[in-house]
Design a protein around this ligand. Structure first.
Ligand code: PAF
Length: 280
């Protein structure tokens, strides 16, 4: 596995692969790789001939009071995991490489970027859309892999890819959970034992809504109230949002139908966690 640090090396690698007739897969990450990322790299390795994994803690998607400086950085372990799952290249650029001369060009997906996480984290999706478009431009992938856990991010990136006619296929992989139900996240390491226990109420709330929906309840006011009740029982949890929305517009729906996205964000102590499901 090759480790490269510059956009020109990544582009050179990608063009060599394409010239050899290979299908190129890209897995963009912030690093601190866990089994969720492993599943993305594995899926890319299975469906593509050449796989690049980017590891870049992107400063523009973190707000001023967020965890950019303390975000876990575990580069050596990340490289081992990526290699074991079949990555051919790690792209690990510096901030200057991605934002040369304090770059002033940004990509903004209007409206969608202000919904769900975008409403609570102003500027977050502008940072995501900007860095992902830079990665697409550099790696020129055929397919890219994202986790359903970041469902709002997926909606923003699908829209960006369609609007800019980037011609990249976005593959969305299922949420990977610990055996007790907690959705894997690099931020789970911030949780104390008690917070981790209380954090389980996010997946519990999701299961509760899924069960109600399966049993015929589709009024979203009732479904949201049921989820709220479970989360409000936990003293360390502060709900950011519980929403039932159309996955492509991220706008709330009154009546849930198969395909409706249930998304939850909550602060567990000082850590903000998200989880979701697509009702079926
Ligand atoms: O989902 C993430 O890890 C990040 O938002 C991404 C897509 C790698 C952009 O920095």
């Amino acid at each position: 596995m090759q480790i490269i640090h510059t956009v020109s090396e990544l582009r050179h690698w990608s063009r060599q692969q394409r010239a050899a007739g290979k299908i190129i897969g890209l897995v963009p990450t912030l690093g601190a790789l866990h089994a969720g990322h492993a599943s993305l790299i594995r899926a890319a390795h299975k469906a593509c001939d050449a796989v690049a994994v980017s590891i870049f803690v992107n400063p523009t998607q973190f707000g001023p009071n967020e965890d950019f400086s303390r975000y876990p950085r575990t580069f050596d372990a990340d490289c081992k995991l990526a290699e074991a799952e079949g990555a051919d290249v790690i792209f690990a650029p510096s901030v200057e490489e991605i934002y040369p001369n304090n770059a002033t060009t940004f990509v903004e997906v209007a409206e969608l970027s202000d919904r769900l996480d975008g409403a609570s984290r102003p500027g977050h999706f502008r940072g995501v859309a900007t860095v992902v478009s830079k990665l697409f431009i550099a790696a020129e992938p055929d397919r890219t892999y994202f986790g359903q856990k970041d469902a709002a991010q997926v909606a923003v990136l699908r829209r960006m890819t369609a609007d800019l006619r980037l011609g990249v296929e976005i593959v969305v992989c299922p949420i990977i959970r610990d055996p007790d139900g907690l959705a894997l996240s690099s931020r789970n390491i911030y949780l104390s034992a008690e917070e981790r226990k209380q954090a389980l109420s996010l997946s519990r709330a999701i299961r509760r809504v899924e069960t109600l929906f399966t049993n015929g309840v589709s009024d979203t006011t009732v479904l949201i109230a049921a989820a709220e009740k479970l989360l409000q029982n936990e003293e360390k949890i502060r709900i950011d949002y519980i929403a039932l929305v159309d996955w492509s517009t991220l706008l709330p729906v009154e009546i849930a139908t198969p395909g409706t996205l249930l998304a939850i964000a909550a602060h567990v102590g000082a850590t903000r966690l998200i989880d979701n499901t697509i009702l079926h």
